[in-house]
Design a binder for this molecule. Structure first.
Ligand code: HSE
Length: 370
């Protein structure tokens, strides 16, 4: 059985990965060992009734014994530890949730419902580094799996509505703290039925702009606000999150960097753990009917769910609240735009921690253990 070392398993993505592995009985297929950067010698999670102790995540010799290391610890850990391991001749697999090695020539980005052929070829060619993709890109590709598989896309403009979870666990807490702070400061006015809504709104703005609002992580309010900026700036005016759209999509597909054009604006909104995206898609043919397109999208994988373009279905099935905690990738509001028969619009929602982060890694580990 594959010996697998887990690092960062207690963090948010790591915890979702652990939950999914328990649910799917994945631990019965591997020999799991748990590492810690801060609590070596402490109790490791009990796996199938067996208890063990945590190993030191900086103990290179202990890491060298693994056939595969799965890290959800973050970029810094990868940058520090993988070179040391390689220097000592580590020949096992490195399965990484962080972005550090995604665009490196030595790695493949894993999203097996889309790129199993790329993964299989990489395994044959001896590739050892496999990375989870950017959440927004993975969720968009899962939704458009059918259109990609049939080579129907010329370009995509993606306008995102990204959840707090993408920025981290502390940001999720901060969103809630901001919401609570806001509510607590207007609660009295809200119960006064004679209070003028404009007076309440003035108060809301005062609170959201006040230095007492907790903003340590977002640097501004996300409650009652949207932030049209995700990740760092690039010289061309894009943010790095926006740049990932094209670069990761094409790498996942095994295409040259510019083959499918993807660009747009990435925006943080006040949802907890689901990323949504409004996509404008330029198809490379005009003669596909909407029902043919829906069929292609719906039949591409077992998780994508086409939601009928009605208000009732949209509110019920096509929102972060509806999708949170599920593997479903909802896609709806599908219609041809008035610009022409080759212009399609869709809205899609997926769980940022599941298909956006943990699930592709979990499935890759299964491919390796098979
Ligand atoms: N960069 C993404 C975000 C999350 O900030 O929402 C991780 O892929």
């Amino acid at each position: 059985m594959l010996k697998v070392g887990f690092v960062g398993w207690r963090g948010m993505v790591g915890s979702v990965l652990m939950d999914r592995m328990h649910q799917q009985n994945d631990f019965s297929k591997i020999n799991a060992v748990f590492f810690s950067t801060s609590n070596a010698g402490g109790d490791a999670p009990v796996i199938n009734g067996a208890s063990s102790k945590l190993l030191d995540a900086y103990n290179i010799d202990a890491l060298l014994e693994q056939d595969c290391i799965v890290t959800t610890q973050g970029s810094e850990y990868t940058q520090k530890v993988l070179p040391l391991l390689k220097r000592k001749g580590y020949d096992g697999y490195w399965l990484d949730a962080s972005s550090t090695l995604r665009m490196s020539d030595e790695s493949v980005i894993v999203l097996d419902p889309i790129n199993r052929h790329v993964i299989d070829k990489a395994l044959k060619d001896g590739v050892k580094v496999f990375c989870g993709g950017n959440c927004t890109v993975s969720l968009m590709m899962m939704a458009l799996n059918g259109l990609f598989a049939n080579n129907l896309i010329e370009w995509i403009s993606s306008m995102t509505y990204q959840s707090a979870s993408g920025a981290g666990a502390n940001n999720m807490r901060e969103l809630l703290a901001q919401s609570g702070f806001l509510y607590n400061n207007v609660a009295e006015l809200l119960t006064d039925s004679r209070a003028d809504i404009l007076a309440i709104d003035n108060r809301v703005n005062e609170i959201l702009r006040s230095k007492d609002l907790p903003t340590g992580y977002f640097e501004t309010s996300l409650a009652g606000n949207v932030i049209p900026w995700v990740d760092v700036a690039l010289p061309n005016g894009q943010t790095k999150e926006e740049w990932k759209g094209a670069s990761e999509t094409n790498k996942i597909l095994g295409f040259s960097p510019d083959a499918v054009k993807v660009d747009g604006l990435c925006v943080r909104v006040g949802s907890m753990r689901c990323h949504s995206q409004a996509l404008t898609i330029k198809l490379n043919q005009k003669d596909l009917s909407l029902s043919e397109i829906e069929k292609i999208i719906a039949s591409a994988n077992e998780w994508v769910k086409v939601i009928p373009n009605t208000k009732e279905d949209t509110l019920k099935y096509l929102t972060p609240v509806a999708i949170s905690g599920k593997l479903d990738i909802a896609i709806g509001r599908i219609r041809k735009l008035s610009f022409g028969d080759d212009y399609l619009t869709v809205f899609t929602v997926g769980d940022q921690l599941l298909w956006g982060a943990a699930e592709p890694l979990r499935r890759m580990l299964n491919i390796l253990s098979e």
